[in-house]
Design a protein around this ligand. Structure first.
Ligand SMILES: Cc1cc2nc3c(=O)[nH]c(=O)nc-3n(C[C@H](O)[C@H](O)[C@H](O)COP(=O)(O)OP(=O)(O)OC[C@H]3O[C@@H](n4cnc5c(N)ncnc54)[C@H](O)[C@@H]3O)c2cc1C
Length: 634
């Protein structure tokens, strides 16, 4: 009986399972057919696009092409996302000219395909070539032209160019010009610049985005815009807010900076026996206050000491924009604890210093910068933090103990201060300016495939990050966009995307900048075509209605109070004159008041609580902290 019942049960179970299996296979094949159809329609749309100025067929790759894996892998810079289980794109478009970019956007919009834009492929979370839903890659590696004008001290550089190519092309024309950007030569301009871009000249010249003066962007309608036609808000957004949420960046125009004929580099290493704690403690006191020409990085990793025991090593790879004699003077006065000797220093030209800084063998020719093949590729995970207060010696000892326990993660401290502290946190979406001693990078690198190994190593960075909580920024715990980290929040781009976006957005941009980015996004891409796991969301409709109601109320309240305000600029001596027009009132209702200099240069200062400015006779305070006079009269 039991057997019989069991058999009935079993056969019912099998029938039910078969039914489920059939339904699953049916649904799966249906969805496969649908996505295949979408892909075919998309390709047909591309081929038939009337706007093409050159044939696109040669730029389209599907898995049916034997070269598809090679094209995909050519710009995968994190092997964690090069596994057989990593989701692959259905199509790759290696755009050869502008019309290919425009057609890709238009056809993807029409056929509702998710687009991932890739320039150099260095996104730490692989967001330019991985997605958890069907997608295609718009690959810009062919957009690599660089036009340098030494007369103007500017350059136009396309998104698919690498930093190494940019440095090389500048140096080809002038040995006394350079550009502040990362020192890894294979990083792509498209992602690097649009996410901020920092390097070892940051204390002297700020970020890459602080030196960008124009841009070309293809918008959601396939239109090519420049700074003038896109307007200041969108230009602001794509210089630090991540271009990917707003369009496809084709190129940037940059201001070159001056570098001396000879710069000095040094690398000093200390291990525990040599008082790592004392030196590190002192670094945290002085690194952001040193001469702006000096950038001393501090790196902690775990090594074996002479007894074969695990210990902390602190390394200080550094760049000084001047000669050794001046450097030694500065170090003797400001940081003698490091014990820098003249024999530790090497003078070289700026281009050679990039190769040195990125650990290329001595004597590597400048043309090494042109190679698009990274020297090493690993599986990796990165995270970031900001240090606002010096860490005590006791704190450092605890951190070292934890690092020795975890072994793998490396901590790199990049000093701030200098020019970084002079630029307003609202000037660009990147907000981490005055008040920061250093940015920390958490790095875990390993070789070997597999999800288990990856999870284990990724988790080590999370444990260390958690451990560092008392020593780093709070409310928000800030993070650097270019050190992409999906642990700090993601969006599914659904109905909660605004709140989801706020979680990571406030960490990357702080609240005021995040809100401004959301406004720009809502204006330029209301249907959220340009999206990824951490893109800028659009304003949800409840917020739009609320803001409109606030605007109307403010207009009603403020219309009778049109005022003329004269006040002194916080930084220069210029006197700014502004009439609070209805338009200005609208801006204030958006909780942001932008004051433009006469002459329409587009420079401005912003006040967090601009409603103050409506108070006749009230006082305004600069973000720089200085007070400014305001005389307001009706
Ligand atoms: C080895 C290494 C060293 C690094 N060193 C530094 C450093 O010194 N300083 C620093 O600031 N950062 C550094 N980074 C981080 C790097 O700047 C970012 O990962 C940057 O986004 C990479 O740009 P990419 O074009 O190479 O990457 P991609 O992966 O191609 O792009 C990164 C992001 O930008 C988007 N994007 C790419 N191109 C465009 C475009 N044309 N228009 C719109 N959106 C686009 C992508 O969709 C993606 O979301 C480093 C990364 C690596 C792997």
């Amino acid at each position: 009986m039991e057997d019989h019942c069991g058999m009935v049960y079993n056969s019912m179970f099998i029938t039910t399972m078969s039914l489920f299996a059939l339904i699953f296979i049916f649904l799966f094949t249906q969805s496969l057919a649908t996505s295949n159809n979408a892909n075919e329609n998309f390709i047909r749309c591309l081929l038939n696009s009337t706007e093409l100025t050159s044939p696109i067929a040669g730029a389209i790759y599907t898995p049916a092409n034997s070269t598809f894996p090679a094209v995909l892998q050519a710009y995968i810079r994190n092997l964690r996302f090069n596994e057989s289980t990593t989701p692959k794109p259905a199509i790759i478009i290696t755009a050869l000219d502008l019309s290919h970019v425009q057609a890709s956007i238009k056809c993807a919009k029409k056929h509702k395909l998710l687009m991932k834009t890739r320039s150099g492929g260095h996104d730490y979370e692989g967001l330019s070539y991985v997605a958890d839903q069907p997608f295609f890659i718009l690959d810009l590696f062919n957009f690599r032209s660089i036009n340098v004008s030494i007369e103007e001290e500017t350059a136009w550089v396309q998104a698919g160019a690498t930093l190494g190519e940019l440095f090389y092309r500048i140096n080809e024309k002038s040995s006394t010009h350079g550009f502040p950007a990362g020192v890894c030569p294979t990083v792509g301009v498209g992602g690097h610049f649009s996410g901020g871009g920092y390097g070892n000249m940051m204390r002297k010249y700020g970020l890459s985005v602080d030196n960008i003066i124009d841009a070309e962007l293809v918008d959601v309608n396939g239109k090519l815009l420049n700074r003038e036609s896109m307007g200041e808000d969108l230009f602001w957004a794509i210089t630090g807010g991540g271009g990917v949420s707003f369009g496809v960046v084709i190129s940037y125009k940059i201001n070159l900076v001056r570098v001396p004929d000879k710069v000095t580099v040094f690398q000093v290493r200390r291990i525990s026996e040599q008082n790592v704690t004392g030196v590190a403690h002192r670094w945290l006191q002085v690194a952001d206050k040193l001469d702006n020409d000096l950038f001393i990085r501090m790196v902690f990793d775990v090594v074996n000491n002479t007894n074969g025991e695990k210990t902390i090593r602190a390394s200080f790879p550094s760049l000084y924009l001047g000669n050794t004699t001046n450097l030694i003077n500065i170090m003797d006065q400001s940081f003698p604890e490091l014990g820098l000797q003249r024999s530790d220093c090497q003078e070289m030209n700026w281009t050679q210093s990039i190769l040195w800084y990125y650990s290329f063998p001595p004597g590597s020719p400048d043309t090494t910068l042109l190679s698009r093949i990274p020297r090493t590729l690993t599986h990796l995970k990165r995270k970031s933090d900001y240090v606002k207060n010096p860490i005590s010696k006791q704190g450092l000892r605890l951190i070292f103990r934890k690092m020795i326990e975890l072994q793998l993660p490396v901590l790199t401290f990049n000093p701030y201060g200098g020019r970084m502290a002079e630029i307003s946190e609202f000037a660009k979406p990147f907000p981490h300016r005055a008040g920061n001693i250093a940015k920390i990078q958490y790095a875990a690198d390993w070789s070997g495939d597999g999800v288990d190994l990856a999870n284990r190593n990724v988790n080590l960075t999370r444990v260390l990050h958690e451990f560092m909580t008392p020593f780093v920024s709070k409310f928000p715990r800030e993070a650097f966009l270019n050190y992409r980290d999906l642990d700090i929040g993601v969006t599914d781009n659904g109905k909660n995307s605004y709140l989801q976006g706020m979680v990571y957005g406030v960490k990357y941009f702080k609240e005021t900048n995040f809100r401004r980015l959301v406004k720009v996004k809502t204006m330029v891409d209301p249907d959220n075509f340009f999206r990824n796991e951490q893109s800028i969301p659009t304003l949800p409709s409840w917020r739009k209605i609320r803001d409109e109601v606030v605007w109307i109320v403010v207009v009603i309240l403020c219309l009778p109070h049109l005022v003329t305000i004269t006040f002194t600029d916080c930084i220069g001596d210029d006197h700014l004159h502004m009439r609070l027009s209805i338009e200005n009132i609208f801006l204030t209702a958006g909780r942001r008041l932008e004051l433009r200099r006469g002459g329409g240069e587009g420079m401005g200062r912003r006040w967090e609580d601009p409603m103050q400015s409506l108070e006749v006779g009230g006082e305004l305070e600069c973000f720089g902290g200085k007070e400014m006079e305001e005389i307001a009269s009706k």
